[in-house]
Write a protein that binds this ligand. Structure first.
Ligand SMILES: C[S@@+](CC[C@H](N)C(=O)[O-])C[C@H]1O[C@@H](n2cnc3c(N)ncnc32)[C@H](O)[C@@H]1O
Length: 316
């Protein structure tokens, strides 16, 4: 490939605020493996320039910040036809807005850097788990990629909300699909273990109501290639024990999460850098056989939250 200019989407500015150039660079560098990347500004447009790379246009088009890809020819820019070709309509991920939703582009970035960190032949072979899935943003993104996904969420109202949102977009987009509902274990009036399955566009997701510390029971010891989650921030989302510090809940979850992951699989987490501190978070996982990879994508989210991303590989 020749010299490429990647146009950064205006949406990335709201996802990553003032740090959007650095976050976009971090994601691109992770994908292309440390090649030099340069920021260029033309008028109001921000581009990342790369000399040449082995990565396909389709892969580049799936970067979370991409708005367009151009080949540079002297002082002219030639737009390249780079389709991201997702199987499920974007409305399934972007269409519904709700309190506590993880930014859609951030979620895509988490999946992208996770995929780059594992070995696989075809995404359709992969299984992704979001052990704190909220209202399924990660699960639906995974389905768009053709990855089978499962999620666990403690909020009892979440399954009904997800069902309603998905039904709406199936209707609007005339998406062929199937739903199944049931319980892991015995049905009960607290809806503990209740699940919903959604199958569409050659992929599927299951969302289970329950506590992530019980992941192995809820998932019947199934093993996943990737765990991707946006951790509770302590401000908007309380953790199970109503403390603001997610570290205590992570300590309770780490064994179950580790058992749910294949060896050499990775966990990708976004978290509020102030709570927990990066080193403390990594420490919890190191004691369970994980090693942190050299990736970070720090960016301010609000006055009280600076979000970061960590990738942890399961060594044994
Ligand atoms: C930042 S939100 C995730 C939002 C999600 N990515 C989305 O877009 O809907 C974190 C979620 O973790 C959930 N959570 C916290 N502790 C949990 C636990 N022990 N088991 C299951 N879910 C938990 C919270 O209820 C919250 O919905």
């Amino acid at each position: 490939m020749k010299n490429l200019l990647l146009l950064i989407s205006p949406q990335a500015k709201s996802a990553y605020f003032n740090d959007y150039i650095d976050v976009a660079k971090a994601e691109l560098c992770w994908l292309i493996g440390g090649q030099e990347v340069e920021h260029r500004r033309m008028g109001e447009m921000d581009f990342l320039a790369v000399a040449s790379c082995d990565v396909s246009l389709q892969q580049l088009a799936r970067l979370s910040f991409i708005y367009g890809i151009f080949e540079q020819d002297g002082d002219k820019l030639l737009p390249l036809s780079a389709e991201s070709e997702f199987s499920l309509h974007e409305n399934f991920v972007f269409g519904s807005k709700f309190k506590g939703k993880t930014n859609e582009l951030l979620t895509q970035m988490l999946i992208n850097v996770g995929l780059k960190s594992i070995d696989y032949r075809n995404v359709s072979e992969l299984k992704l788990l979001d052990p704190m899935c909220g209202r399924a943003t990660t699960l639906l993104w995974a389905m768009r990629y053709g990855i089978k996904a499962k999620g666990i969420e403690q909020d009892v109202k979440a399954i009904a909300d997800v069902r309603m949102n998905i039904k709406k977009w199936c209707k609007v987009q005339r998406q062929k699909h199937s739903f199944k509902e049931g319980f892991i274990g015995k049905a009960n009036k607290h809806d503990k273990g209740k699940f919903i399955d959604f199958d569409a566009a050659d992929s599927s997701m299951r969302m289970i109501n329950g506590d992530s510390t019980e992941a192995n029971t809820l998932l019947k010891n199934e093993k996943f290639d990737l765990l991707v989650s946006d951790l509770p921030y302590g401000v908007q989302h309380f953790t199970t024990d109503k403390t603001r510090d997610p570290i205590s809940v992570l300590k309770d979850c780490v064994e179950a999460w580790s058992k749910s992951l294949k060896i050499n699989g990775v966990i990708v987490l976004s978290f509020n850098r102030y709570l927990p501190r990066r080193e403390k978070l990594i420490g919890v996982f190191e004691s369970e056989g994980f090693s942190a990879l050299d990736f970070s994508a720090e960016h301010r989210m609000s006055e009280s939250i600076v979000r970061d991303v960590v990738i942890l590989r399961k060594l044994y």
